[in-house]
Design a protein around this ligand. Structure first.
Ligand code: AMP
Length: 285
Protein backbone atom coordinates (compact mmCIF):
# COMPACT_ATOMS: atom_id res chain seq x y z
CA UNK A 1 0.00 0.00 0.00
CA UNK A 2 1.27 3.43 -0.96
CA UNK A 3 1.41 5.94 1.91
CA UNK A 4 1.03 9.45 0.45
CA UNK A 5 1.37 12.58 2.53
CA UNK A 6 1.31 15.22 -0.21
CA UNK A 7 -1.31 16.30 -2.73
CA UNK A 8 1.26 15.96 -5.51
CA UNK A 9 2.01 12.32 -4.66
CA UNK A 10 -1.69 11.47 -4.85
CA UNK A 11 -2.19 13.33 -8.13
CA UNK A 12 0.81 11.63 -9.79
CA UNK A 13 -0.33 8.14 -8.75
CA UNK A 14 -3.97 8.70 -9.73
CA UNK A 15 -2.84 10.10 -13.11
CA UNK A 16 -0.92 6.88 -13.70
CA UNK A 17 -3.90 4.69 -12.76
CA UNK A 18 -6.29 6.69 -14.90
CA UNK A 19 -4.02 6.62 -17.94
CA UNK A 20 -4.03 2.82 -17.59
CA UNK A 21 -7.85 2.97 -17.75
CA UNK A 22 -8.39 2.02 -14.09
CA UNK A 23 -11.30 3.32 -11.98
CA UNK A 24 -10.60 4.91 -8.59
CA UNK A 25 -12.68 4.74 -5.39
CA UNK A 26 -12.25 7.11 -2.44
CA UNK A 27 -13.06 6.39 1.21
CA UNK A 28 -12.65 9.55 3.33
CA UNK A 29 -12.06 8.94 7.06
CA UNK A 30 -10.69 10.61 10.16
CA UNK A 31 -8.75 7.48 11.10
CA UNK A 32 -8.82 5.33 14.25
CA UNK A 33 -10.35 2.83 11.88
CA UNK A 34 -12.76 0.07 12.85
CA UNK A 35 -14.94 -2.47 11.04
CA UNK A 36 -17.36 0.26 9.95
CA UNK A 37 -14.58 1.90 7.96
CA UNK A 38 -13.40 -1.54 6.80
CA UNK A 39 -16.83 -2.24 5.30
CA UNK A 40 -16.48 0.94 3.21
CA UNK A 41 -13.06 -0.19 1.99
CA UNK A 42 -14.49 -3.63 1.14
CA UNK A 43 -17.33 -2.05 -0.83
CA UNK A 44 -14.91 0.25 -2.65
CA UNK A 45 -12.65 -2.73 -3.37
CA UNK A 46 -15.61 -4.59 -4.92
CA UNK A 47 -16.62 -1.58 -7.05
CA UNK A 48 -13.37 0.04 -8.20
CA UNK A 49 -10.00 -1.03 -9.67
CA UNK A 50 -8.02 1.08 -7.19
CA UNK A 51 -9.00 2.18 -3.68
CA UNK A 52 -7.73 5.32 -1.94
CA UNK A 53 -8.52 5.92 1.74
CA UNK A 54 -7.84 9.25 3.36
CA UNK A 55 -6.97 9.56 7.04
CA UNK A 56 -7.26 13.18 8.12
CA UNK A 57 -8.73 14.72 11.27
CA UNK A 58 -10.17 17.80 9.62
CA UNK A 59 -9.93 20.88 11.87
CA UNK A 60 -12.52 22.93 9.95
CA UNK A 61 -15.37 20.59 10.90
CA UNK A 62 -14.77 20.87 14.67
CA UNK A 63 -16.35 23.72 16.63
CA UNK A 64 -15.00 25.58 19.68
CA UNK A 65 -14.78 23.19 22.65
CA UNK A 66 -15.23 20.04 20.54
CA UNK A 67 -12.84 17.09 20.55
CA UNK A 68 -10.37 18.09 17.78
CA UNK A 69 -7.31 17.76 20.04
CA UNK A 70 -8.42 14.63 21.86
CA UNK A 71 -9.79 12.83 18.77
CA UNK A 72 -8.19 9.34 18.87
CA UNK A 73 -5.35 8.69 16.43
CA UNK A 74 -3.39 5.52 15.59
CA UNK A 75 -1.99 5.70 12.07
CA UNK A 76 -0.01 2.47 12.33
CA UNK A 77 -3.12 0.50 13.23
CA UNK A 78 -5.04 2.31 10.46
CA UNK A 79 -2.43 1.28 7.87
CA UNK A 80 -2.58 -2.34 9.02
CA UNK A 81 -6.38 -2.40 8.69
CA UNK A 82 -6.32 -0.68 5.30
CA UNK A 83 -3.66 -3.02 3.98
CA UNK A 84 -5.58 -6.05 5.24
CA UNK A 85 -8.69 -4.85 3.38
CA UNK A 86 -6.80 -4.22 0.16
CA UNK A 87 -6.58 -0.42 -0.03
CA UNK A 88 -4.05 0.61 -2.68
CA UNK A 89 -3.16 3.99 -1.19
CA UNK A 90 -3.69 5.89 2.04
CA UNK A 91 -3.57 9.68 1.88
CA UNK A 92 -2.44 11.01 5.26
CA UNK A 93 -1.73 14.72 4.85
CA UNK A 94 -0.66 17.20 7.51
CA UNK A 95 -3.03 20.04 8.39
CA UNK A 96 -0.74 22.45 6.54
CA UNK A 97 -0.76 20.26 3.41
CA UNK A 98 -4.57 20.45 3.32
CA UNK A 99 -4.82 24.08 4.48
CA UNK A 100 -1.79 25.97 3.09
CA UNK A 101 -2.71 29.15 5.01
CA UNK A 102 -1.56 27.23 8.13
CA UNK A 103 -3.32 26.33 11.37
CA UNK A 104 -6.29 24.85 9.55
CA UNK A 105 -7.23 28.29 8.20
CA UNK A 106 -8.82 28.80 4.81
CA UNK A 107 -10.42 31.74 3.02
CA UNK A 108 -12.59 29.49 0.87
CA UNK A 109 -15.35 27.19 2.11
CA UNK A 110 -17.89 25.00 0.40
CA UNK A 111 -21.20 25.48 2.16
CA UNK A 112 -24.76 24.37 1.49
CA UNK A 113 -26.94 27.42 2.07
CA UNK A 114 -30.35 25.77 2.45
CA UNK A 115 -31.64 24.28 5.72
CA UNK A 116 -30.03 20.83 5.28
CA UNK A 117 -26.95 21.58 7.42
CA UNK A 118 -29.07 23.41 10.02
CA UNK A 119 -31.22 20.39 10.93
CA UNK A 120 -30.33 17.52 13.29
CA UNK A 121 -26.59 17.71 14.15
CA UNK A 122 -26.40 21.22 12.67
CA UNK A 123 -28.33 22.62 15.63
CA UNK A 124 -25.49 21.91 18.07
CA UNK A 125 -22.71 21.85 15.44
CA UNK A 126 -23.38 24.96 13.32
CA UNK A 127 -20.09 24.97 11.35
CA UNK A 128 -19.67 21.20 11.13
CA UNK A 129 -21.10 20.53 7.67
CA UNK A 130 -19.37 23.54 6.14
CA UNK A 131 -16.08 21.95 7.25
CA UNK A 132 -17.15 18.52 5.98
CA UNK A 133 -18.20 19.87 2.56
CA UNK A 134 -14.97 21.86 2.29
CA UNK A 135 -12.66 18.95 3.10
CA UNK A 136 -14.61 16.45 1.00
CA UNK A 137 -14.53 18.88 -1.95
CA UNK A 138 -10.79 19.19 -1.54
CA UNK A 139 -10.41 15.40 -1.40
CA UNK A 140 -12.57 15.08 -4.52
CA UNK A 141 -10.35 17.62 -6.30
CA UNK A 142 -7.15 15.90 -5.17
CA UNK A 143 -8.13 12.26 -5.78
CA UNK A 144 -10.67 12.80 -8.62
CA UNK A 145 -12.35 9.48 -7.79
CA UNK A 146 -14.99 7.82 -9.96
CA UNK A 147 -16.88 6.74 -6.84
CA UNK A 148 -16.77 7.79 -3.19
CA UNK A 149 -18.01 5.71 -0.26
CA UNK A 150 -19.72 7.08 2.87
CA UNK A 151 -21.42 5.39 5.85
CA UNK A 152 -25.14 5.61 6.54
CA UNK A 153 -24.04 6.01 10.18
CA UNK A 154 -23.51 9.72 9.35
CA UNK A 155 -26.80 9.97 7.49
CA UNK A 156 -27.01 13.76 7.42
CA UNK A 157 -23.44 13.95 6.11
CA UNK A 158 -24.29 11.45 3.37
CA UNK A 159 -27.39 13.43 2.32
CA UNK A 160 -25.42 16.68 2.30
CA UNK A 161 -22.58 15.19 0.24
CA UNK A 162 -25.10 13.87 -2.29
CA UNK A 163 -26.60 17.37 -2.54
CA UNK A 164 -23.19 19.03 -2.86
CA UNK A 165 -22.19 16.60 -5.62
CA UNK A 166 -25.40 17.40 -7.48
CA UNK A 167 -25.14 21.17 -7.00
CA UNK A 168 -21.45 21.40 -7.94
CA UNK A 169 -21.68 18.88 -10.81
CA UNK A 170 -18.99 16.59 -9.44
CA UNK A 171 -19.13 13.62 -11.79
CA UNK A 172 -18.63 11.28 -8.83
CA UNK A 173 -20.97 8.47 -7.82
CA UNK A 174 -21.72 8.57 -4.09
CA UNK A 175 -22.22 5.13 -2.56
CA UNK A 176 -23.90 4.86 0.85
CA UNK A 177 -22.93 1.87 3.03
CA UNK A 178 -24.95 0.32 5.89
CA UNK A 179 -24.21 0.92 9.59
CA UNK A 180 -21.84 -1.65 11.10
CA UNK A 181 -22.62 -2.46 14.75
CA UNK A 182 -20.90 -4.14 17.68
CA UNK A 183 -22.37 -7.54 18.57
CA UNK A 184 -24.56 -5.96 21.25
CA UNK A 185 -25.96 -3.38 18.81
CA UNK A 186 -23.90 -0.24 19.50
CA UNK A 187 -22.98 1.45 16.21
CA UNK A 188 -19.21 1.28 15.74
CA UNK A 189 -17.58 4.67 16.18
CA UNK A 190 -14.07 5.96 16.82
CA UNK A 191 -15.64 7.97 19.65
CA UNK A 192 -16.77 4.79 21.49
CA UNK A 193 -13.23 4.72 22.84
CA UNK A 194 -14.10 7.73 25.06
CA UNK A 195 -16.65 5.65 27.01
CA UNK A 196 -15.96 4.22 30.48
CA UNK A 197 -17.25 0.67 31.13
CA UNK A 198 -20.36 2.09 32.78
CA UNK A 199 -20.94 4.52 29.90
CA UNK A 200 -20.35 1.77 27.33
CA UNK A 201 -23.25 -0.16 28.87
CA UNK A 202 -25.41 2.99 28.97
CA UNK A 203 -24.62 3.74 25.30
CA UNK A 204 -26.74 0.75 24.32
CA UNK A 205 -29.78 3.01 24.83
CA UNK A 206 -29.14 4.42 21.32
CA UNK A 207 -29.29 1.15 19.42
CA UNK A 208 -32.11 -0.08 21.68
CA UNK A 209 -34.09 3.01 20.62
CA UNK A 210 -33.28 2.30 16.95
CA UNK A 211 -34.49 -1.29 17.25
CA UNK A 212 -37.60 -0.15 19.14
CA UNK A 213 -38.39 2.38 16.42
CA UNK A 214 -37.86 -0.21 13.69
CA UNK A 215 -40.15 -2.66 15.53
CA UNK A 216 -42.92 -0.07 15.82
CA UNK A 217 -42.66 0.71 12.10
CA UNK A 218 -42.70 -3.03 11.30
CA UNK A 219 -45.88 -3.33 13.40
CA UNK A 220 -47.52 -0.75 11.14
CA UNK A 221 -47.04 2.52 13.05
CA UNK A 222 -47.50 5.33 10.49
CA UNK A 223 -46.90 8.26 12.84
CA UNK A 224 -43.26 9.35 12.94
CA UNK A 225 -44.10 11.49 15.97
CA UNK A 226 -45.34 8.43 17.88
CA UNK A 227 -42.16 6.50 17.01
CA UNK A 228 -39.95 9.41 18.06
CA UNK A 229 -41.89 9.79 21.34
CA UNK A 230 -41.43 6.10 22.15
CA UNK A 231 -37.72 6.29 21.35
CA UNK A 232 -37.28 9.41 23.52
CA UNK A 233 -39.02 7.68 26.44
CA UNK A 234 -36.80 4.62 26.10
CA UNK A 235 -33.60 6.71 26.02
CA UNK A 236 -34.76 8.80 28.99
CA UNK A 237 -34.94 5.61 31.06
CA UNK A 238 -31.10 5.56 30.95
CA UNK A 239 -29.79 7.89 33.68
CA UNK A 240 -26.40 8.54 31.99
CA UNK A 241 -28.04 9.61 28.72
CA UNK A 242 -28.86 13.19 27.75
CA UNK A 243 -30.73 13.59 24.48
CA UNK A 244 -29.47 16.18 21.99
CA UNK A 245 -32.20 15.26 19.49
CA UNK A 246 -34.36 12.42 18.26
CA UNK A 247 -36.01 13.47 14.99
CA UNK A 248 -37.77 12.18 11.91
CA UNK A 249 -36.85 14.03 8.73
CA UNK A 250 -37.25 13.66 4.99
CA UNK A 251 -34.42 11.36 3.85
CA UNK A 252 -33.33 13.74 1.09
CA UNK A 253 -34.05 17.28 2.29
CA UNK A 254 -33.64 16.70 6.06
CA UNK A 255 -36.87 18.70 6.65
CA UNK A 256 -38.90 17.50 9.68
CA UNK A 257 -41.78 15.11 8.94
CA UNK A 258 -44.59 13.78 11.10
CA UNK A 259 -45.71 10.67 9.21
CA UNK A 260 -43.92 7.93 7.31
CA UNK A 261 -44.26 8.77 3.65
CA UNK A 262 -41.47 8.24 1.08
CA UNK A 263 -37.96 7.98 2.52
CA UNK A 264 -37.77 9.06 6.16
CA UNK A 265 -34.64 9.25 8.29
CA UNK A 266 -35.13 8.74 12.01
CA UNK A 267 -31.94 10.04 13.60
CA UNK A 268 -30.63 10.80 17.06
CA UNK A 269 -27.70 12.30 18.90
CA UNK A 270 -27.34 11.45 22.58
CA UNK A 271 -24.70 12.44 25.12
CA UNK A 272 -23.46 9.58 27.26
CA UNK A 273 -21.55 11.49 29.90
CA UNK A 274 -19.59 13.98 27.81
CA UNK A 275 -19.44 11.75 24.70
CA UNK A 276 -21.87 12.61 21.93
CA UNK A 277 -23.00 9.54 19.96
CA UNK A 278 -25.26 9.26 16.91
CA UNK A 279 -27.41 6.52 15.40
CA UNK A 280 -30.29 6.28 12.94
CA UNK A 281 -32.46 4.18 10.69
CA UNK A 282 -34.25 4.73 7.39
CA UNK A 283 -37.91 3.99 6.76
CA UNK A 284 -39.08 3.48 3.18
CA UNK A 285 -42.86 3.85 2.98
P1 AMP B 1 -15.17 9.03 10.36
O1 AMP B 1 -13.78 8.48 10.39
O2 AMP B 1 -15.91 8.86 11.64
O3 AMP B 1 -15.24 10.42 9.78
O4 AMP B 1 -15.96 8.12 9.34
C1 AMP B 1 -15.49 7.91 8.03
C2 AMP B 1 -16.56 7.21 7.23
O5 AMP B 1 -16.85 5.95 7.84
C3 AMP B 1 -17.88 7.99 7.17
O6 AMP B 1 -18.44 7.88 5.88
C4 AMP B 1 -18.71 7.28 8.20
O7 AMP B 1 -20.10 7.38 7.95
C5 AMP B 1 -18.24 5.85 8.04
N1 AMP B 1 -18.54 5.09 9.26
C6 AMP B 1 -18.16 5.39 10.52
N2 AMP B 1 -18.66 4.50 11.39
C7 AMP B 1 -19.38 3.62 10.66
C8 AMP B 1 -20.17 2.47 10.98
N3 AMP B 1 -20.33 2.03 12.23
N4 AMP B 1 -20.77 1.81 9.97
C9 AMP B 1 -20.64 2.24 8.68
N5 AMP B 1 -19.93 3.32 8.32
C10 AMP B 1 -19.30 4.00 9.29
Amino acid sequence: MIVATTVEQVRAQVREWKSAGLTVGLVPTMGYLHEGHASLIDTARANCDRVVASVFVNPTQFGEGEDLDSYPRDFEHDCALLEEHGADMVFHPSVDEMYPDGGGQTATFVEILNDMPKQLCGKTRPIHFRGVCTVVSKLFNIVTPDKAFFGQKDAQQLAIIRRMVRDLSYGIQIVGCPIVREEDGLAKSSRNTYLSAEERAAALCLSRAVFLGQDLVAQGEKSADAVVDAMVASIQAEPLARIDYVSAVDGVTMEPVHTFDGTVLVAMAVYIGSTRLIDNFIVEA
